[in-house]
Design a protein around this ligand. Structure first.
Ligand code: NAD
Length: 411
C-alpha cells in the first residue's frame, strides 16, 4: 500500500462505520487539483538544474486549502497526495477553517548553496503563483523548509500580487510571522501526550520518551517534554541516534542542533549511540516518531516496546503496523490529531496577518492549548463511547465535518 492508499484506507474504514455512502466517500477519496511544475535554476557553477515541483489541493469544502512545503529528494506525487489528504483531515479534527493541501520540490537542500535554495524557492512560487493565495491555498514549512524559505515565498508572491503576508505561514516573527509558530507542532504533541498520560493515571513528569527526528518538530517536542520534567532518553536525526537512560541534556542538545551539527557528532558523559531503528524499539513509556513517514512498518511494530506512540510525523505508521500495534495493546495517537498544533498556530498567524494584529506568545500558546485539548476531548469521547481506536475516532470526527460542509455547499 502506498502512502495515499494508506490514508484512503483509514478514510474508507471510518466512512463504513459512519455509513456515509459511496457518493460522499468517492468525493473525498479524490483530490481537487494537482499542479506539477518544473523548477529550473542556474547553479552557482553556471550549469542548469531542473527539479520537479508539486502543489496538490485535496479538499476546500471547509475553507482555503492549507499545508506544508517539503524539499526532499525522495518526494513523489503519491506522498504529496497522501500528505494533502492528511491536511484536510487534520484541519477538520482541530476545527480550523481550512481544507488540505501539500507540496514541495524534489531536491536535496543539503546539496544546494543558500543562493541556489533561494532560486529554487522563488522559481517554484513563480510557477504556482496563480494557484496559491491568502483566500485560496496557504503554504507553510515542512521537512527541510523553514522560516527563511517562508520569507522568500512571501516576498516572491508579493512581488507578483502586491503585499500579501497571509499567503504563507511559518514566516519569521520579524516578517509578519506569529509568536509561538516555530515551537507549535512540538508543543502541541506534548500537550496531547500529557493529556493521554493523565487519562491513564500516569504523569508526564518522569515519563520516559524517545523521539525520532530532531528538526523543527522533534526538537521542540523534546524541549517541551523536558520543561515539563519528562525524561527524554533517546533522540535521533538523519545521522543516527543517541541514548542516555538517565535522561539526555535537552537544552545542550538544542544548542548543539541549532549550530547545524548532526547528532552523530554529539558527545557527552553517559551518552551511547543507537541506530534509528533501535530508537523505535527502545523500552520507554512514549515513542514520538517526528521525522519521515512509513518508519513504523510491520516488522518494527512487532518489536515496539513503548506503551503509547504519539505520531508527530505525518504518516509514520503503515496500516499493517497499525493493526499489529492495536492487537498488542499499544495505543497510537494519530498524526491528524497529535501534530495539528502547527496548522493551528498557522491559522493564528493567518488570522493576525489578515487583521494586521499581533498576539503575544502567551495568547498564542493559551489558545493553542485550548484547541488541542478540545480536539483531544472530542476524539476521546468517541474512543470511549464506541470502543474505537484513536485513529478511527479522529477520522470519524474529521470526516463528519468535511462531509457535512461538502454536502451543504453542494457538489
Ligand atoms: P525538519 O526538516 O525540521 O526535521 C526533520 C528531522 O528528521 C531532522 O532532524 C532530520 O535529520 C531527521 N531525519 C530525516 N531523515 C531521517 C531518517 N531517514 N531517519 C531519521 N531521521 C531523519 O522537519 P519537521 O518540520 O520537523 O518535520 C518532521 C515531521 O513532522 C514530518 O513528517 C512533517 O511532515 C511533520 N510535521 C511537521 C510540521 C511542522 O510544523 N513543521 C507540522 C506537522 C507535521
Amino acid at each position: 500500500m502506498n502512502a495515499f492508499e494508506a490514508t484512503n484506507y483509514y478514510l474508507s474504514r471510518a466512512s463504513a462505520i459512519m455509513k456515509l455512502g459511496p457518493h460522499v466517500e468517492k468525493l473525498l477519496l479524490s483530490l481537487e487539483a494537482e499542479h506539477h511544475v518544473s523548477v529550473p535554476i542556474e547553479r552557482d557553477n553556471g550549469e542548469l538544474a531542473v527539479f520537479s515541483g508539486y502543489r496538490f489541493q485535496h479538499n476546500s469544502a471547509r475553507g482555503p486549502t492549507k499545508g506544508g512545503l517539503r524539499f526532499h529528494p525522495a518526494l513523489d506525487p503519491e506522498d504529496v497526495r497522501a500528505l494533502a489528504a492528511l491536511m484536510t483531515w487534520k484541519t477538520a479534527v482541530v476545527n480550523v477553517p481550512f481544507g488540505g493541501a501539500k507540496g514541495g520540490v524534489a531536491c536535496d537542500p543539503s546539496q544546494l548553496s543558500q543562493g541556489e535554495l533561494e532560486r529554487v524557492t522563488r522559481k517554484f512560487i513563480e510557477r504556482i503563483s496563480q494557484e496559491i493565495g491568502p483566500q485560496r491555498d496557504i503554504p507553510a514549512p515542512d521537512v527541510n523548509t523553514n522560516a527563511q524559505v517562508m520569507a522568500w515565498i512571501m516576498d516572491q508572491y508579493s512581488r507578483l500580487h502586491g503585499f500579501s503576508p497571509a499567503v504563507v505561514t511559518g514566516k519569521p516573527v520579524e516578517l509578519h510571522g506569529s509568536e509561538g509558530r516555530e515551537a507549535a507542532t512540538g508543543y502541541g504533541v506534548i500537550c496531547i501526550t500529557e493529556s493521554f498520560l493523565q487519562d491513564i493515571g500516569k504523569s508526564l513528569q518522569n515519563a520516559t520518551i524517545s523521539i525520532q527526528g530532531f528538526g523543527n518538530v522533534g526538537l521542540f517536542a523534546a524541549l517541551s517534554a523536558h520543561q515539563r520534567r519528562a525524561k527524554v532518553v533517546a533522540v535521533s536525526d538523519v545521522s543516527g541516534g543517541i541514548l542516555n537512560r538517565d535522561g539526555l541534556d535537552i537544552p545542550a542538545l538544542v544548542e548543539f542542533a541549532r549550530s547545524r551539527r548532526l547528532l552523530a557528532d554529539y558527545q557527552a558523559d553517559g551518552v551511547s549511540r543507537i541506530s534509528n531503528d533501535a530508537l523505535l524499539t527502545c523500552d520507554v513509556d512514549v515513542l514520538i516518531p517526528a521525522a519521515l513517514g512509513g518508519v513504523l512498518n510491520r516488522d518494527v511494530a512487532r518489536e515496539v516496546r513503548a506503551k503509547v506512540i504519539v505520531e508527530a510525523a505525518n504518516a509514520p505508521t503503515s496500516p499493517e503496523a497499525d493493526e499489529i500495534l492495536e492487537q498488542r495493546g499499544i495505543t497510537v495517537i494519530p498524526d491528524i490529531l497529535a501534530n495539528a498544533g502547527g496548522v493551528t498556530v498557522s491559522y493564528f498567524e493567518w488570522t493576525q496577518n489578515l487583521q494586521c494584529l499581533r498576539w503575544t506568545e502567551k495568547e498564542v500558546n493559551d489558545r493553542l492549548r485550548q484547541i488541542m485539548t478540545a480536539a483531544y476531548t472530542t476524539v476521546r469521547g468517541l474512543v470511549q463511547s464506541r470502543k474505537l481506536s484513536w485513529r478511527t475516532a479522529a477520522y470519524i470526527v474529521a470526516l463528519g465535518r468535511v462531509a457535512k460542509a461538502a454536502m451543504l455547499r453542494g457538489v
